[in-house]
Design a protein around this ligand. Structure first.
Ligand SMILES: [Mn+2]
Length: 297
């Protein structure tokens, strides 16, 4: 697989590493998240190289690599270990697959207490679900077990015990979907992101968005945040100089025939690449990115 049909950089020279994780085992709603990574990467060909918010062409300056897909659950942590992303010079972006993959990724990339910015329609905090302790309904439980703090954004469906834990657990900051309809709450969320320090991991479940924008996800819910709030969140996050982003993921997308859902995810992926690259100053570096290795007419 490739990003925008660009040649894959070697692991050593890559600035951005995209890891497809088409894992889908515990889905309880609609099936098809295993097709997410391929659909997101393929529809990326329809996007321009120029990214209009940060106002540059990221792939002119950065080299991109798409790794071979990992679909074995128990292999995820080991595979990421072999990528050896120990410094902050490369960004790992994983594409799911179902949301259960996130704690497997953080087990590799986070070596100390970090903040997880978790965008999701669901709290995902069950201790186990339908017989699986590592399920799409349990990732935040495992992330808390790993010792991290979580900022939950866009939640609008939760189990009673999850609601209690959110009230009581000091390691959880909660911005429900309903509260985020207020501009004041949006400003407060952005302020908190601006004040973050230390290591941060970003996890985006595509069901956090309004189903009118992203109709095809494993477990859709009415309501949802919109594209522009997501952009504000990403811009604020990547502009914060007091944090290091240790990895990101985009999960739970199911490809569909209108292509609306996957183009949304593909553009989100492009924004992450662009905003991260700009924050690292690639736009002031050498113009020897993946795009420069291809001749266009
Ligand atoms: Mn989720």
């Amino acid at each position: 697989m490739q990003y925008q049909s660009l040649p894959n950089a070697t692991l050593q020279e890559a600035d951005i590493i995209i890891l497809p994780i088409p894992y889908e085992k515990t889905v309880s709603g609609k099936l098809g998240t295993a097709g997410g990574p391929k659909a997101i990467l393929e529809i990326g060909d329809d996007l321009e190289f120029y990214e209009e918010d940060a106002k540059w062409s990221p792939t002119k300056y950065m080299k991109i690599r798409v790794e071979n897909p990992v679909s074995e659950y128990n292999a995820i942590t080991n595979v990421i270990d072999t990528l050896d992303i120990t410094d902050y010079k490369k960004l790992l972006i994983s594409l799911g697959g179902e949301h259960s993959i996130t704690p497997q990724i953080t087990a590799s990339v986070l070596d100390k207490r970090a903040t997880i910015l978790f965008l999701d329609a669901h709290a995902d905090m069950r201790e186990s679900y339908q017989g699986f302790s590592y399920s799409h309904a349990t990732p935040t439980h495992h992330l808390l077990e790993q010792g991290h703090k979580i900022i939950l954004v866009g939640v609008r469906s939760l189990f009673e015990s999850e609601a209690r834990r959110i009230e009581e657990d000091q390691n959880i900051t909660f911005f429900s979907d309903r509260i985020l309809q207020r501009p004041q709450a949006q400003a407060e969320l952005l302020q908190q992101i601006k004040e973050l320090e230390g290591d941060v991991y970003l996890s985006i479940d595509m069901d956090v968005f309004n189903p009118a924008s992203v109709p095809s996800v494993g477990t859709p819910q009415p309501g949802g945040i919109d594209w522009f709030l997501a952009l504000d969140i990403l811009e604020t996050l990547f502009r914060n100089k007091n944090i290091e982003i240790k990895g990101t993921d985009i999960v739970e997308l199911i490809p569909e025939s209108s292509h609306v859902s996957q183009i949304f995810a593909a553009k989100l992926l492009q924004k992450i690449i662009s905003f991260w690259g700009k924050s690292k100053g690639f736009d002031k570096g050498k113009m020897n990115g993946s795009q420069m290795q291809v001749e266009y007419q």
